[in-house]
Every structure is written in structure tokens, then in C-alpha cells.
Design a protein around this ligand. Structure first.
Ligand code: GLN
Length: 278
């Protein structure tokens, strides 16, 4: 039986159109790479709860996380988004601002100024690279894309990007310790309602990629003296169960490799959820 999988891209602000383009490209590649019957994909823009309810998986694009969360709150989408990610644990991927929204804790954020969706037990540091290097591109090594042979580096586009600065302990409820910190917001807790969500509580945060060499660059560029040992690399891609986040913007390149990898993950999750043998 051919399954139809609906993937939404939250289209309130930011680079949602670019994600849709790459999703289509990745789906074509997936179809041509497989000799078996493949899934049928439907890619949609999500602005309402009804559209979200139709989705099996979701992308939160890069943009401005404060604006996205504000518009989501005004559109009565914040709670449905939390249900989607944290209750039902449907596959979700956030890029840049999207990663911030998926974090359980984010700093450099005024309390009351921004709401998080949550879903990944990490603290992100917003605008991590500071003013001077607000935006840059760097070739990054993404081991999770490797399919046997070492893959070519990915062009990482970083625009006022966050990084994951701390992996937080598993917490069933709210991250109370985080909540004590100044300029830090935490995501509200969620009760677990179904078996998938219960299972997801066991998922650990996996670090999928780091950006090395920041220390070396800083020293070379500005003579800043920092301890290179302690700067083992900034965490720029994480995954906890079905929830995936990247600091950079694959949607601003024309390289569909991460979208292709993610669609495979979505397909697996869909098969498991629906009891279809993969
Ligand atoms: N710095 C932005 C924020 O806080 C994220 C930037 C981006 O998505 N390019 O939302």
C-alpha cells in the first residue's frame, strides 16, 4: 500500500518557501533512488490549526524566533504546536529560529518577550556569534549524512545563529533550574498522553554536528586569547527522538541532502506510528 505523508512548513514568517522548494527536490531524489514503492508526499504551508492537524511532520523555518512565536500566539497556534511536538512527538525539524523555538530553554531572551514551543532538552544561546560575525558561511562536516564513504562538506549558512550551549537533564515537567536564570525563557511542560510520547521521554539528546575551529579563528582574527581546549566546538545540530534542530539554514542553499535525510527519518517514523513494515 502506498502511503501518503503530509509535511508542513510553518509559514508565519521567515524562509518557509525555500524549505518547500528543497523538500520537493528531496522527494524527487528519494523517488528516483528507490526501486520499491515509495511514499507519496504532500508539502503544505501551515498557518492554521486545521492545516497543522493535517500534518504528519513539520518544519519550523529560520527567521526571527520572537516574531514567529508572537504571530503563532496571535494565531492561536502555540498550544497546537506544543501538542504536535511534545504530546504527539511527530517528526519536527527547526532551522535557526526554528531550533530556538524547539529548545526547552533559550537565553538572551527577555521574560515575557518570547515563548518557546520546546521539545529538545537543551539550552540555546541566541545570536551566539555576536555582532562582528553575525552572518557567515562555513563548510561543515555532517557525519549523519555519511552513507558509507565520507560525504562532502555542507555549506553552513549562519545568520545571527544560535548554538546549543547546554544539554539539559531529562525533565518530565518544566526546567525549573533554567527558569531561575536571568534573561532565559523555558518552554512550558506537557503531560504525556500517548504511548509514542511516553516512549519519547526515554530519548536522549544526540549531538549530530559541531562547528570546530571557532577558537582558532578568533585567535587569528582578533588576537583574543582563549583556551582552545575548552572551545572544542559549538554544537550546531541536535536530535532528540523525532525532534531535530540545526543552527544553520540548509534552506538557503540548493543542497537537498539534509532534507533527503530528514524525509527518510519522517518515512520511518510514519511507518512505525502506523504499523507499516519499513
Ligand atoms: N537570531 C534569530 C532569532 O533569535 C534567528 C536568526 C535566524 O533564524 N536566521 O530568532
Amino acid at each position: 500500500m502506498m502511503s501518503k505523508i503530509t509535511v508542513g512548513v510553518l509559514a508565519l514568517q521567515g524562509a518557509f518557501y525555500e524549505h518547500l522548494q528543497l523538500l520537493r527536490k528531496a522527494a524527487d531524489l528519494l523517488a528516483s533512488a528507490s526501486s520499491q514503492e515509495v511514499s507519496q508526499w504532500d508539502f503544505i504551508e501551515v498557518r492554521t490549526k486545521a492545516q497543522l492537524d493535517a500534518c504528519d511532520a513539520l518544519i519550523l523555518p529560520g527567521g526571527e524566533s520572537t516574531t514567529i512565536s508572537l504571530v503563532a500566539a496571535r494565531s492561536n497556534l502555540l498550544e497546537p504546536l506544543r501538542d504536535f511536538v511534545k504530546l504527539h512527538r511527530k517528526p519536527t525539524w527547526g532551522t535557526c529560529a526554528g531550533l530556538i523555538l524547539l529548545a526547552e530553554s533559550a537565553n538572551r531572551t527577555k521574560k515575557g518577550g518570547q515563548e518557546l514551543i520546546g521539545g529538545i532538552d537543551v539550552r540555546v544561546n541566541r545570536n551566539h556569534f555576536g555582532r562582528q560575525t553575525e552572518s557567515f558561511q562555513a563548510p561543515i562536516d555532517l557525519p549523519f549524512l555519511q552513507d558509507g564513504a565520507k560525504s562532502l562538506p555542507f555549506n553552513g549558512v549562519f545568520i545571527r545563529a544560535p548554538v546549543v550551549e547546554k544539554i539539559l537533564p531529562h525533565q518530565k515537567g518544566i526546567q525549573t533550574e533554567e527558569d531561575q536564570r536571568a534573561e532565559t525563557v523555558v518552554a512550558p511542560s506537557r503531560e504525556v498522553v500517548d504511548a509514542a510520547a511516553q516512549k519519547a521521554l526515554e530519548d536522549e539528546v544526540e549531538v549530530l554536528a559541531k562547528l570546530p575551529g571557532r577558537a582558532a579563528r578568533l585567535v587569528a582574527n582578533s588576537g583574543v586569547n582563549i583556551d582552545a581546549e575548552k572551545e572544542a566546538g559549538d554544537i550546531i545540530a541536535v536530535k532528540q527522538g523525532n525532534v531535530f534542530g540545526t543552527s544553520f539554514h540548509p534552506e538557503l542553499t540548493d543542497d537537498p541532502r539534509i532534507h533527503l535525510w530528514w524525509l527518510r527519518q519522517v518515512q520511518d517514523a510514519f511507518s512505525k506510528r502506523n504499523g507499516i513494515a519499513a
